[in-house]
Ligand binder design. Structure first.
Ligand code: DGL
Length: 270
């Protein structure tokens, strides 16, 4: 048994890495659907079908708790999965809520009515599917009032990262930031709403300038997971083995993962 991490590809490793550092004794299984990445340009049914297939594989690997370390899957598929698909003895959690709780200065379980918060203008950078879902704005509206959100669908960034073309990824990030700043010249905060983007977080930060507070998910999700496991220790599972699964070419994915995380990671076929 272990905690499962699901992503369309390499991005979820940014969250997994933070979780491993925060919870070194918890066994994790990672599933990257690299054969079908990117999800951000797929239609909702496709994202749902691919996400449930991946999460089912993680259940088979002994995971009782799975983190959707993918905003696109969290935005498009999670609610439907929780309503009608996840078995009663399993849990699937997304990556949106920890981010929005941080942005709105809330602690877990604070269900008080929406209120004014410290930020008034927020730039959201995410995949086209996440932006189209408006899930971020919906979750934010449960907790905060008077926050103006400008969203930028960052086409091409996930593809470039998956291909290992970081020069292209950086150029695309700069042009997406410029496009956003034309619509909202002075955001108080920026949200990196895709788990691939922490791999180019410094580029976002430098393009946005020093006055914009950047919210990135890995540490926030790791902290929230640690809090969840302290309330539900049985969900951590009893295993010790770490496993990395991919639907793509294991050697190719392992090389890229090793390059990103700067430590050797071996993948096995999912
Ligand atoms: N890391 C995924 C996310 O957070 C990327 C989605 C994609 O494959 O386009 O949205």
């Amino acid at each position: 048994m272990a905690v499962g991490f699901f992503d369309s590809g390499l991005g979820g490793l940014t969250v997994l890495d933070a979780a491993v550092k925060r919870l070194p004794d918890v066994p994790f299984v990672y599933y990257g659907d690299n054969a079908h990445t990117p999800y951000g340009v797929r239609d909702p049914q496709d994202v749902y079908d691919l996400t449930t297939a991946g999460v089912a594989r993680l259940f088979d690997a002994g995971c009782d708790l799975v983190i959707l370390a993918c905003n696109t899957a969290s935005a498009v598929a999670l609610r439907k999965m929780q309503e009608a698909w996840v078995p009663p003895d399993k849990r699937v959690l997304g990556v949106f809520v920890p981010l929005i709780e941080a942005l709105t200065e809330r602690h877990w379980g604070d269900n008080s009515p929406p209120r004014q918060v410290g930020v008034n203008t927020v730039a959201l950078f995410a995949t086209p599917a996440t932006v189209a879902s408006r899930a971020f704005q919906r979750e934010l509206a449960f907790r905060a009032i008077g926050v103006d959100v400008e969203a930028q669908a960052c086409g091409g960034v996930v593809d470039a990262i998956e291909e290992g073309d970081m020069i292209l990824a950086e150029a695309l990030v700069r042009s997406h930031v410029e496009a956003l700043l034309r619509k909202m010249p002075k955001p108080d905060a920026a949200v990196l709403g895709c788990t691939h983007y922490p791999l180019v977080e410094e580029v976002f930060a430098s393009a946005l300038g020093p006055d914009v507070q950047v919210f990135s998910q890995p540490k926030l999700v790791a902290e929230s997971l640690a809090d969840y496991l302290s309330r539900h220790p049985e969900r951590a599972g009893g295993g010790t083995e770490r496993l990395f699964l991919t639907t793509g070419d294991p050697a190719r994915v392992a090389n890229k993962a090793t390059q990103f995380l700067r430590r050797r990671i071996d993948f096995q076929p999912a």
